[in-house]
Write a protein that binds this ligand. Structure first.
Ligand code: ATP
Length: 252
């Protein structure tokens, strides 16, 4: 079966300097795939290439077997690609619920005019989206915080809101860019459970991290980047023992 996401010899140069060089990888549905590497390895560049924020210098990106190498970010979002950012991006003064509802944009059926005119179809749609957002809040154990100001919550809770917003689009592929950076082990572990359940529901998850220990416990398959190149791939234990990987991390 074709993996949800396939990269074939993907490269991106900045002024002749390669940030990512001939990277090939696969992200299948139903499991978490890890992309790790020391600072500056090219991980965020890969995410930006997959989501259409950056264009490829060469190579191909396939989504469900379709070449999406030249698609722009909005088309990719509509095709089912969602991401979280290294720095959390929420509307701090809006409530938790409002932030999650904002994630439904691409599924909103009633048009802008219906909304502006306050038509019943728009009100019914708003009610439906609220209910779906509340179902997500329940899954993330945040029902009691629905009306709280998002910006006033802990880092772990803000991360959850960001995840809910990404999941509101019902993505086929979810890219998590260093989702547990700055969290303690207990917080990271509770998010790990959520990542597992998202993958188990059939989503292809690509986890970008430089925390090796966290990735080891979560991923079915690991890819290791250093200076834009793939230096190792395989099962987490084998990759963790690979002298090239150990050296890349110690040397970083
Ligand atoms: N817009 C850009 N212009 C020029 N160089 C860039 C640009 N974006 C990234 N780079 C360079 O590409 C390389 C890879 O950067 P990238 O941010 O992808 O690494 P990373 O693995 O995500 O690092 P970190 O873990 O620190 O976020 C770095 O050398 C960086 O300086």
């Amino acid at each position: 079966m074709t993996a949800t996401l396939v990269l074939q010899d993907v490269a991106r140069h900045f002024g002749g300097v390669p940030a990512v060089d001939k990277l090939s990888l696969q992200v299948p549905a139903g499991q978490i795939t890890g992309l790790i590497g020391p600072n500056g390895a090219g991980k965020t560049t890969v995410v930006n290439l997959i989501t259409g924020l950056l264009h490829l210098s060469s190579g191909k990106v396939l989504l469900d077997g379709r070449d999406v190498s030249r698609d722009e970010a909005p088309e990719l979002a509509r095709a089912g690609v969602a991401r979280t950012f290294q720095n959390i991006r929420l509307v701090p003064d809006a409530s938790v619920l409002e932030n999650v509802v904002a994630g439904f944009h691409r599924h909103e059926k009633a048009g802008l005019w219906a909304n502006l005119l306050g038509l019943p179809s728009a009100r019914a749609e708003a009610k439906r989206l609220n209910e779906r957002a509340m179902a997500l809040l329940e899954r993330f154990g945040m029902t009691a915080l629905a009306e709280h100001r998002a910006g006033g919550l802990s880092y772990g809770h803000q991360r959850r809101i960001e995840m809910m917003r990404a999941l509101a689009t019902e993505p086929r592929l979810l890219l998590l860019d260093e989702p547990v950076a700055g969290m303690n082990d207990a917080e990271a572990e509770s998010l790990a459970g959520i990542f597992r359940s998202v993958a188990a529901s059939g989503v292809a998850v690509l986890l970008i991290e430089h925390n090796m220990r966290f990735v080891m416990s979560l991923c079915a398959h690991l890819y290791v980047l250093a200076s834009g190149r793939l230096i190792a791939e395989g099962l987490p234990e084998a990759v963790g023992r690979d002298p090239k990987v150990v050296e890349a991390y110690l040397g970083a």
